[in-house]
Ligand binder design. Structure first.
Ligand SMILES: Nc1nc2c(ncn2[C@@H]2O[C@H](COP(=O)(O)OP(=O)(O)OP(=O)(O)O)[C@@H](O)[C@H]2O)c(=O)[nH]1
Ligand SMILES: [Mg+2]
Length: 304
């Protein structure tokens, strides 16, 4: 399956709504305020957020009101173009994560968004490019979390650094980076515990990881990736807000776009933050990770 088809499957929930909804709406061919409101409502249902929906409605009104609409295809094309405009400039290829050796990457996000799985997938990507990789299990909160990352390390042939459950996560980060420097590793991925952004002690622990890394080298970490689960909808915006207070984020990876996500959340995020989207996760396997492409995504979301 090519990337466009994969995106289409993942985003089918929203795209079906658009095509059916627009067919219904625009069969009348004259555009009035009521129709514009329904257009906006369809966008909100696809999770694009109130602000983006309202902006798109205004642009639609400006360009199309009073004009004759041929069919819903015209609306879909219009929307697809506008969506691509919002997303363009937010693309960052997975390979761009690596510039020089060593590249230190911290992976963060709330519980269950897919951090550990994403580290496995991104690690595999770079393994395929013959890079030397290490995974650091700084999620010391649960023993199972350490085991899960270790499994991924074995699966893809990455080095693995761990401490016992309950150890200070910052000390694991320290050990991982020291190992990286001493063994000429190209990329180090530091897994962190899924923390509730409103739990102060957990966030303090997270902050300490950065303090420790910066003491080793002020340039560390080179990347701090926030992983977001596309199925959580607008709450993802709060997560960006909370995590960026603690450490500067350098990019996002959006997971679970395969599992009935509405997808519109990516528009909200791109509109509000200048953060690049490094990749999207579309399944649980190591090959289910793809660079984000604005045009492909907008075509799949709107299916124009
Ligand atoms: N369908 C789908 N499932 C995913 C994707 N990414 C991760 N998952 C699944 O989501 C669940 C949670 O993934 P983890 O990688 O353990 O998430 P985490 O953020 O490390 O979780 P904690 O360590 O508990 O905070 C697992 O069952 C993964 O297989 C994805 O892109 N698509
Ligand atoms: Mg995890």
């Amino acid at each position: 399956m090519n990337l466009l088809d994969k995106f289409k499957v993942g985003l089918a929930k929203s795209s079906k709504k658009f095509s059916v909804g627009f067919k219904d709406l625009f069969s009348k061919k004259t555009i009035d305020q009521n129709l514009l409101d329904q257009f906006e409502e369809l966008l909100i249902q696809a999770d694009v957020g109130v602000e983006v929906a309202s902006n798109l409605k205004e642009e639609f009104k400006k360009e199309k009101i009073g004009k004759e609409i041929k069919d819903e295809k015209e609306i879909l094309n219009f929307l697809s173009e506008k969506v691509a405009q919002i997303l363009t400039g937010h693309e960052k290829k997975i390979e761009e994560l690596y510039k020089n050796s060593p590249t230190i990457i911290v992976v963060s996000g709330v519980n269950g968004v897919g951090k550990t799985t994403t580290i496995g997938k991104v690690g595999k990507f770079f393994k395929n490019q013959n890079k030397k990789i290490v995974f650091g299990a700084a999620d010391t909160f649960r023993a199972a979390a350490i085991d899960q990352l270790e499994l991924w390390a074995k699966k893809i042939g990455a080095n693995f650094i761990k401490s016992e459950q309950g150890t200070d996560p910052a000390s694991v980060a320290y050990k991982t980076v020291k190992f990286t420097e001493e063994n000429k590793i190209d990329l180090a991925f530091i897994d962190t515990a899924g923390r509730l952004q409103n739990k102060k002690n957990l966030m303090d622990e997270y902050k300490k990881i950065f303090n420790v890394l910066k003491k080793i080298n002020p340039d560390y970490p080179h990347e701090t990736i926030l992983v977001l689960d596309a199925t959580t909808g607008q709450n993802a915006l709060n997560q960006v807000e909370e995590f960026k207070k603690i450490a500067k984020l350098t990019g996002l990876i959006i997971t679970k776009l395969d599992s009935s996500a509405k997808g519109g959340i990516i528009l909200s995020i791109c509109k509000k933050y200048s953060l690049p989207i490094i990749a999207v996760g579309m399944g649980e396997k190591e090959t289910d990770l793809h660079s984000f492409d604005a045009n492909t995504f907008s075509k799949a979301l709107v299916q124009s």
